[in-house]
Write a protein that binds this ligand. Structure first.
Ligand SMILES: Cc1ncc(C[n+]2csc(CCOP(=O)(O)OP(=O)(O)O)c2C)c(N)n1
Ligand SMILES: [Mg+2]
Length: 413
């Protein structure tokens, strides 16, 4: 006997991705939203309801004509823009070298920021140098802004004897005390609550620091996201909370992470001013982060941002996106390529040229190559040396607990 009630109107909903392998991906040619569509509210006196349109629209500065306009134009001078471009180019070249190292067995695993280079670079440039950074694995670019040495970054990815965290973390789980760059944990999303907690501490101590953090669309389906937002809503600490909606969480489309219209609008329900920004637009990213930083400085609490972008590469070196999405999907993204867009803007305003670009590419190429060779002197995955096993037990606890002590003795045998 069937238990199915044939009169039932209920349907079981499982959302799908818009395009699958073999489909022609089509997101439309251009964004309907244009620079200048949205006003820039006063950051100090603004409340969440003043950002309704900003949470439902898309903040842009760089137009389809490669020119900057609108109230959100941060009016950065060309030197700063070229600095931003250079760091994005460095990150892309660095990522490509790390993938080659992974493919040749010199390191075990890697994750690129391909297509999302503007995110951490523009946003970190908009902060004060001592602000706290709680990244996910796709914001290593923040370290370039703060001046971290590439050799040290590569040594971490290899997990060799010069890895500053001695192989205790997976590759791309950078930790850098001097740069106020806090390591992510592999279980995604924990950084949101940690960031809010540190920002609450800043407010409690009355210091001038703010905290920024990022997690992905997929991760925002976890409780951690909501705990972080709720604490930020209640205690109003100086924190900038970003959801990087890059359309995918490994092979799971963002349609499975929210049933809502978008990710930005969620912040309104928490009473937090909420913005949605073109994540491939360097200038817009810089500008919204400056705005959020001004709010933090004035004691106005948290800002929540959806960074709207597309993960152009594979999730990681272990992933094969051709299994779940059209191969050329990223080329159809109306937001284009963040590096090309800033470059084209600079050329358009007469501050850059293709030959300068070529020269800089070659310079960075050789810098990355030299850093890679230098890092390998301290060991690589294929050849060692590795940090000694005894370092598993050091530098974690100030006072070693008895059970760890027992394990240490066991290893010693
Ligand atoms: C708690 C937890 N669940 C699952 C995983 C495995 N995992 C690692 S990254 C990832 C996808 C995250 O996607 P998203 O948050 O959209 O970030 P993106 O990779 O797109 O930047 C998953 C499922 C994990 N590391 N931690
Ligand atoms: Mg994602």
């Amino acid at each position: 006997m069937s238990s199915k009630n044939t009169n039932s109107m209920q349907t079981y909903t499982v959302p799908d991705a818009p395009f699958r392998p073999g489909d022609d991906a089509d997101f439309g040619d251009k964004w309907a939203e244009q620079p200048g569509d949205l006003s820039r509210p006063d950051p100090i006196n603004c409340v969440h309801s003043d950002t309704e349109e900003h949470a439902h629209g898309l903040i842009r500065v760089l137009g389809d004509d490669d020119m900057a306009s609108g109230e959100w134009n941060p009016e950065l001078d060309a030197t700063e823009l070229i600095r931003g471009l250079e760091m994005m180019m460095r990150l892309r070249i660095f990522d490509d070298r790390m993938i080659k190292m992974q493919r040749t067995g010199k390191l075990s695993f890697y994750m690129r920021s391909f297509g999302e280079e503007a995110v951490a670079i523009a946003q970190t440039m908009a902060l004060d140098d001592t602000d706290w950074i709680f990244p996910s694995y796709r914001q290593p670019g923040a370290q370039f802004v703060r001046g971290r040495d590439m050799v040290s970054m590569i040594c971490h990815c290899i997990g060799n004897t010069e890895d500053n965290i001695r192989g205790r973390q997976m590759p791309v789980h950078y930790s850098w005390k001097e740069g106020h760059f806090i390591s992510i944990s592999s279980p995604v999303g924990t950084q949101f609550s940690q960031a809010v907690g540190v920002a609450m501490a800043s407010a409690y101590k009355g210091d001038d620091q703010a905290t920024i953090t990022w997690l992905g669309d997929g991760t925002s389906a976890q409780g951690d996201f909501h705990y972080g937002l709720n604490f930020a809503s209640v205690f109003k600490p100086p924190v900038i909370l970003n959801v990087v909606n890059n359309q995918w969480a490994i092979s799971t489309h963002k349609n499975l992470a929210t049933g809502g219209e978008n990710f930005a609008a969620r912040g309104l329900a928490y009473g937090i001013p909420s913005l949605r920004v073109d994540g491939n637009d360097f200038l817009a990213l810089y500008s919204v982060t400056k705005w959020a930083r001004e709010r933090a400085r004035a004691g106005k609490g948290a800002t929540y941002i959806e960074v709207y972008t597309y993960r152009a590469g594979a999730h990681s070196s272990s992933d094969d996106p051709s299994r779940y999405r059209p191969g050329d999907e990223f080329k159809c993204w109306p937001g284009g390529d963040p590096v090309e867009r800033l470059k084209n803007h600079l050329i358009k305003i007469g501050a850059w040229s293709n030959s300068k670009d070529q020269e800089l590419t070659e310079k960075i190429d050789s810098e990355v190559m030299a850093a890679y060779k230098e890092a390998c002197k301290f060991g690589d995955l294929a050849n060692g040396p590795f940090p000694p096993a005894s370092t598993i037990f050091t530098e974690v606890y100030e006072k070693v607990p008895w059970h760890i002590q027992e394990q240490r003795e066991e290893l010693g045998k």
